[in-house]
Design a protein. Structure first.
Length: 258
């Protein structure tokens, strides 16, 4: 008889400055993913808003703030709008290859260029090759690294222009981290293309969802995550479809004059 599944132990990080909302403090609750039940635990936690980072599953647990909201695209019902259809046609020649999660120097150099262009002051800028290898390879669950390349020419494989580390969960694909050539003038919208490619992969695999992590209403850095409709948000009562009203700009309150 096998040993019963043991309830995981959870821990809380110390508060630190929030990278998204000025003046706020960030705190996370997390647990380790290891052993024979790591995949089962990751699936269960993913359904209640946790994300994976290497061998850890975490979610925000900030005092007095619930701005971070988990979102997932309903893959079977997704219909690209006119702009998205144009983007898909423009990048139809990109070669997509699912690879085992093994870090390469080519991927690392692309990540460095991406961080310098998009997140020059972010916490990942100091990531070295060993850190990158840990991010890609230290996965206790079913993970894939999708590579996006220019078309092959003259018998040589094309230039790497995008990549995404992705977990396959029981009910969908979870996009752990994506990066791409953010300065390629002839390849606009690569990040959006990678998300739509994952939606297509989920549909082909018969999976209902693509998990995009956390969204914050009013944050320009997070706006791209809700361009793929229908999309669900996780609230106190569980997952529900996001309404158009929730996408309206946040009105800033002007203090009254004394």
């Amino acid at each position: 008889m096998s040993a019963p599944f043991r309830f995981p132990r959870f821990f809380v990080t110390s508060p630190s400055p929030c990278p998204y909302l000025p003046g706020k403090q960030e705190r996370k609750v997390f647990t380790e993913l290891n052993g024979v039940h790591a995949t089962e635990l990751n699936d269960a936690l993913g359904r209640i808003g946790f994300r994976r980072s290497q061998g850890v599953a975490y979610r925000p647990s900030c005092a007095g703030c619930v701005a971070c909201v988990s979102v997932r695209v309903v893959a079977p019902d997704f219909q690209p709008n006119a702009t998205q259809r144009k983007l898909l046609r423009r990048h139809a020649d990109i070669e997509v290859t699912p690879c085992r999660p093994w870090a390469t120097d080519e991927q690392y150099q692309l990540l460095r260029r991406y961080l310098a262009a998009r997140h020059p002051g972010g916490g990942m800028v100091g990531m070295d090759e060993e850190d990158f290898a840990d991010m890609v390879e230290r996965s206790p669950v079913n993970s894939t690294l999708f590579e996006y390349r220019e078309p092959a020419a003259h018998g040589r494989r094309g230039k790497l222009i995008g990549a995404c580390l992705t977990d396959r969960q029981a009910d969908g694909l979870s996009m752990i981290y994506s990066f791409f050539d953010a300065e390629a003038a002839d390849r606009p919208g690569l990040g959006n293309f990678i998300i739509m490619d994952h939606i297509a992969h989920a549909r082909e695999a018969g999976l209902p969802y693509v998990y995009l992590g956390y969204w914050i209403r009013g944050s320009s850095r997070m706006a791209y995550k809700v361009r793929y409709r229908p999309i669900e948000v996780l609230g106190p009562a569980g997952w529900r479809l996001m309404t158009d009203r929730e996408l309206e700009p946040v009105e800033e309150k002007v203090p009254a004059l004394a």
